[in-house]
Write a protein that binds this ligand. Structure first.
Ligand code: SF4
Ligand code: SF4
Length: 203
């Protein structure tokens, strides 16, 4: 897997879930199809008056999720920025040309309420459940910083092998210490809960 293939797959999925948090810290998710991909830049549109636009302007953090028919989840985590005023019209026109249904939603001059955002710096998590073992990969675009997730085996490992026996994906290799193959790990925590030496830490 690679960044461009992930982006292409998101394009094929078409309608993606966009999650933000509101002013009370509550999760808010909505389906968005008004998306244009320019290289690795992700442009999207909403109306200025919507809570979505206000949440983006106040905080900017957004997580996008798409799920393919091949049991692949592609998750984009980043910060959305308003497109500069001088470029708003240009990118809106690109989007309307790609997706003519938008003219039905905001006909004529009513589309002036639209506002364009772009995400340039983000991480991608690719997670596929149709392989055995499962596949998980991370990518970084622009200046985004990846925050590690999952579990890691520390030097406190005594080599008992219990974690191997409870791992549903056989994602743990013997060694000193034993090691989790992060690309095959479900992050289910079964090894963490069963290690007799508390040698596994949550990242
Ligand atoms: S269960 Fe804990 S101590 Fe045993 S091999 Fe796994 S990590 Fe090491
Ligand atoms: S978190 Fe789950 S899948 Fe990952 S190594 Fe531990 S038991 Fe295996």
């Amino acid at each position: 897997m690679d960044i461009q293939t992930c982006i292409a797959k998101l394009g094929y999925v078409g309608v993606l879930n966009f999650a933000t948090v509101d002013e009370d810290g509550a999760p808010q998710v909505r389906n968005i199809s008004a998306i244009h991909y320019e290289g690795t830049d992700i442009y999207f549109l909403t109306a200025r008056g919507k809570p979505f636009a206000r949440q983006l302007l106040r905080d900017g953090r957004v997580q996008i999720s798409g799920y393919t028919r091949f049991k692949e989840t592609i998750r984009v985590s980043g910060k959305a920025e308003p497109v500069p005023e001088a470029e708003q019209r240009k990118w809106r026109d690109v989007l309307y040309a790609e997706q003519p249904y938008l003219e039905n939603v905001y006909p004529g001059e009513t589309k002036n309420i639209d506002t364009m955002f772009v995400i340039k710096d983000y991480t991608i998590e690719y997670f596929c459940l149709s392989t055995r073992p499962i596949t998980r990969e991370y990518f970084t675009v622009g200046n985004a910083v990846l925050k590690p997730k999952g579990y890691r085996i520390t030097e406190d490992c005594i080599g008992c092998g219990t974690c191997q026996s409870v791992c549903p994906q056989s994602a743990i290799d013997e060694g000193a210490p034993f090691a989790i193959r992060q690309n095959n790990c479900l992050q289910c925590g079964n090894c963490f809960e069963n290690c007799p030496a508390q040698a596994i830490e949550r990242l």
